[in-house]
Design a protein around this ligand. Structure first.
Ligand code: SF4
Ligand code: SF4
Length: 87
């Protein structure tokens, strides 16, 4: 889940432009600053890399990993220890 403090967003779109998985888009509504904050696309491949959270100059984004999705992604990674199980 991506939590956006809508009214903190200044609409620079860095998060949308830099998301490596093209998971973000502008929302339909304007915030108090008259810009459209980002939101996750309905169909997205967000892997909770947190890049958007880290690069937002206004600290408007918090990434809250979805534990179930995280487990599925982790099972596919080469970093999974040999013979190791992911709990
Ligand atoms: S990087 Fe931050 S300020 Fe810029 S559009 Fe995204 S949420 Fe808004
Ligand atoms: S956490 Fe990563 S993949 Fe997900 S929206 Fe942010 S930059 Fe994109």
């Amino acid at each position: 889940m991506i939590e956006v403090k809508d009214d903190w967003c200044k609409g620079c779109n860095i998060c949308i432009d830099r998301c490596p998985l093209d998971a973000l888009e502008e929302s339909d509504k304007l915030n108090k600053r008259g810009v459209r904050p980002p939101k996750l696309k309905e169909k997205n491949e967000c892997n909770y890399c947190r890049l958007c959270e880290l690069i937002c100059p206004d600290f408007a984004i918090t990434v809250i990993p979805d534990k179930d999705k995280e487990k599925k992604l982790a099972k596919k990674t080469l970093l999974t220890p040999l013979g190791g199980k992911i709990k």
